[in-house]
Design a protein around this ligand. Structure first.
Ligand code: FES
Length: 360
């Protein structure tokens, strides 16, 4: 399949450092208001991008927290940063490190010869974080000698590298590409629950042939996942997490995701429900919301084809044509092994809200 621009994503890792000396001189109520201002501001972006927050306090001295964002374009990423700078906390924050990258299908075969089925490279162009406790992030640059090797030589080394990675099934890799848009060539982000396991994996990768061709893979960051309110508590000063009723990056209940007029008849739009990608459809006069990932091989349903053939409105997955009812998510035909999750939808004053499961 052709690599389609709309299926690729922009990925940003922004590391912040608090000017603690200046911030902690503020009266406690101003510290609290500044943190809440930042949390509210970030909240307004969670229907335009996928957002995850992590603390690094106690793990690194040069950065305090990370916002990991994944969007369809660069603009929302840029707008979020401007909005954060304009919060009451903004003047006390520095950005010592910032890595911009994008998803891209690997040019290597990421399956092993002994695999009974090919690993789906397409799935790698959409980021979908797991609920892991840690994120391990570093920028990565290969030597120019690597690029002078033949494709076969590089593939052989990558196969060895993949084989080592497979020995650590609990560590999940998200590699994104920065060629020409930032100083590093890749940003490597591993999700996992056990730092010791990650240490062992990296130690083993040092013994591979491909490691000879690493030019730079520092600074390395171990980031601990937590709701943004708790991240704000971790950086010092007034506590706010007990004042924030929900994690702004892990929403529940009804979430506004679009304006009704953004959806023309028989059209679709990708929105986010916290970290979850949701395909919103207007079809046959109704509004429907489905998990954007096709259960077959994670094809993007928001890019599928709408149909109406006696089953009610339906969508056909753009990758291998699994066919789903919009109303129930049921499979009509095609290779999907199961139904796709549906979300509840309502419209209030021209704003479209979606919710998962039973809500008031
Ligand atoms: S990804 Fe194969 S049918 Fe959707």
């Amino acid at each position: 399949m052709e690599e389609n621009k709309t299926t690729r994503q922009v990925v940003k890792y922004t590391f912040y450092k608090l000017d603690a000396l200046a911030f902690l001189r503020l009266p406690e109520e101003k510290q609290r208001a500044a943190k809440l201002d930042l949390i509210d501001t970030v909240r307004t972006f969670n229907r335009r991008m996928l957002l995850r927050s992590y603390t690094l306090v106690g793990m690194r001295s040069d950065v305090d927290f990370l916002l990991w964002t994944v969007a369809e374009d660069v603009e929302p990423v840029q707008e979020l940063e401007t909005a954060i700078r304009n919060t009451a906390l903004g003047p006390f924050l520095d950005v010592p490190r910032s890595f911009l990258s994008g998803t891209k299908r690997s040019i290597y075969d990421i399956s092993l010869p002994e695999d009974s089925e090919k690993v789906d490279a397409e799935a790698r162009i959409r980021i979908e974080p797991s609920g892991s406790k840690y994120l391990f992030v570093y920028p990565f640059i290969k030597t120019r000698a690597w690029y002078a090797l033949s494709r076969e030589e590089r593939q052989e080394m990558m196969t060895e590298h993949i084989r080592v990675g497979r020995q650590y099934p609990n560590v999940r890799l998200n590699t994104t590409y920065s060629y020409g848009i930032d100083d590093q060539e890749f940003v490597v982000a591993f999700e996992g629950d056990d730092p010791h396991e990650f240490v062992d994996l990296v130690a083993d990768l040092r013994l591979t042939q491909a490691s000879m061709y690493t030019l730079r893979d520092t600074p390395m960051h171990i980031c601990l996942a937590m709701p943004l309110g708790e991240v704000m508590d971790s950086i010092g000063g007034a506590h706010v997490s007990d004042l924030v009723d929900e994690d702004v990056t892990e929403v529940g209940g009804w979430l506004p995701v679009a304006q009704e007029d953004e959806l023309a008849p028989e059209s679709s739009k990708l929105v986010y429900y916290g970290t979850q990608q949701v395909a919103l459809f207007r079809a046959n006069g109704g509004l429907y919301a489905l998990n954007n990932r096709c259960p077959h091989a994670r094809g993007p349903l928001c890019e599928g084809t709408l149909s109406e053939n006696g089953h009610g409105p339906a969508v056909r997955c753009p990758w291998h044509e699994a066919h789903f009812k919009l109303e129930t998510g049921e499979v009509i035909d095609g290779p999907s092994p199961r139904s796709v999750e549906t979300f509840r939808v309502k419209v209030e004053d021209g704003t479209v809200f979606i919710a998962r499961g039973e809500v008031e």
